[in-house]
Design a protein around this ligand. Structure first.
Ligand SMILES: Cc1cc2nc3c(=O)[nH]c(=O)nc-3n(C[C@H](O)[C@H](O)[C@H](O)COP(=O)(O)OP(=O)(O)OC[C@H]3O[C@@H](n4cnc5c(N)ncnc54)[C@H](O)[C@@H]3O)c2cc1C
Length: 406
């Protein structure tokens, strides 16, 4: 399996594994099997259980220990492809629907935290998108107008206002009212615990090595030689899923993140402790954790191997530290955790959600891109709608039909 991250993400290091689950040692039959115990599998399971379905979840490692525990977990409706560019790629109507769906899913995620009993793990935030250089201002202004036109609540900040409110120089920025942040590792573990309370079975350390579609059901072969027979399958196996699809759906990248030690509680850091990111590609981003640590991520590279990715960690960590100093020279940033991860993106910046012709009743939840968690939430609803025979007016936008399967 793909090596998804280096060893030391903050959340994995500071949070215990909350619950342990058995390995599957027999053949079983279930209505729906969710494969993958990361945030995508957990959200899909939550939505299905909420609708009264019978669900079993299996995962190769422990819950949440794939890319989920490495996630810096900024929750944004602003996807990596700006609205204006997305309109050019997929048309005004579909681009608008995509953005509005992402906007709505921030509230959905907030509500889910509440329902499963961890309301404080979700923090509502604002988001600052900076023009990285003067040449980006014109496009950013067009983006601002496009967002306003579809009803998104955004403010335009010119260089003087940025300086006045944030204290650093940037040619301009868009300030968005809707964003959030969470701890993806805790969130995933708590989602699974909630589902188990409602009757879901979970098996960890149980890898799926083969998926065989029969006429009315699907048979999944485990790495221990057992068979899971299910009517429906949700594949939430992260970036490893590509191997089941037999098509080039995504490009892999290495990405890096560091956190500071907690700053004194009285240290305000910056206005609203909002999420900060920028127009440059690849971009850097910053956020503040609940215990007042600064998290900075980015400095992406094309992924070639986990060894090469991890070799760059120290130099990337220094570059990220320098980025913070550029904006906030008065902050003394002592690096407490640094880690590398792998993520994927797609040509249009949208996730792949749904089925492929070769695997009937198998649904993929592939939240590729910098907004993987927002996309996983959208996927959970689309897939649950497909399984429970409800219509869904956005599913086509994210479907594999974009790849022209024959
Ligand atoms: C450093 C970093 C920062 C990020 N920051 C953000 C961010 O700020 N905001 C955001 O929205 N997203 C962010 N992302 C992306 C986000 O983390 C991912 O989209 C998300 O974690 C993917 O979750 P997942 O459940 O799909 O995959 P994973 O968490 O990787 O889970 C997949 C699970 O499937 C299991 N599995 C794989 N193959 C099999 C198999 N054959 N059989 C059984 N089990 C299998 C794996 O063991 C794993 O546990 C970031 C990613 C990284 C690496």
């Amino acid at each position: 399996m793909l090596n998804l991250r280096s060893n030391e993400p903050l959340w994995l290091s500071t949070t215990p594994q909350l619950s342990a689950y058995p390995v599957l040692h027999e053949d079983i039959t279930t209505e729906i099997v969710v494969v993958g115990g990361g945030i995508s599998g957990a959200l899909a399971a939550y939505e299905l259980i909420n609708r009264g379905c019978k669900v079993t979840l299996v995962t190769a490692g422990h819950i949440g220990t794939g890319s989920t525990c490495a996630s810096t977990a900024l929750l944004q409706y602003e996807i990596d492809t700006p609205l204006v560019k997305l309109i050019n790629k997929i048309g005004q109507e579909n681009a608008t629907k995509s953005y509005l769906q992402c906007y709505e899913s921030i509230d959905d995620l907030k509500q889910i935290h509440k329902t499963i009993g961890i309301p404080n793990a979700f923090q509502a935030k604002k988001s600052l998108l900076l023009a990285s250089k003067k040449d980006d201002v014109k496009d950013l202004e067009i983006e601002y107008t496009a967002r306003q036109n579809i009803g998104l609540r955004v403010k335009w900040l010119d260089d003087n206002i940025v300086k006045d409110k944030f204290g650093f120089n940037s040619p301009a920025a868009i300030y968005s009212d809707k964003a959030g942040q969470t701890d993806a590792y805790i969130f995933t573990q708590k989602l699974i615990e909630w589902c188990v309370d409602k009757g879901m079975q979970v098996f960890d350390q149980t890898g799926i090595v083969d998926v065989i579609s029969e006429k009315r059901s699907t048979h999944l072969q485990t790495d221990q030689g057992y068979v899971i027979k299910a009517k429906y399958v949700v594949m939430a196996t992260g970036y490893d899923s590509v191997k089941w699809i037999n098509k080039n759906v995504a490009r892999l990248h290495s990405t890096y993140a560091i956190t500071s030690k907690p700053f004194d509680k009285r240290e305000k850091l910056w206005k609203d402790k909002c999420l900060i990111w920028e127009t440059a590609r690849p971009y850097s981003y910053m956020r503040v954790t609940k215990d007042n640590r600064v998290v900075i991520g980015g400095k992406d590279e094309t992924f070639s191997s986990a060894i090469k990715r991890d070799k760059l960690l120290n130099s990337k960590a220094k570059q990220l530290q320098a980025t913070l100093s550029k904006y906030f020279p008065h902050l003394r940033f002592d690096v407490d955790y640094k880690w590398a991860g792998t993520f994927a993106d797609t040509a249009d910046g949208l996730p792949f959600i749904g089925g492929i012709p070769a695997m009937p009743r198998v649904y993929f939840s592939l939240g590729f891109g910098g907004n993987g968690i927002t996309f996983s939430q959208i996927a959970s609803k689309i897939i649950a709608d497909a399984i429970t025979n409800r219509s869904n007016n956005i599913s086509k936008i994210f479907s594999f039909e974009r790849l022209n399967f024959k």
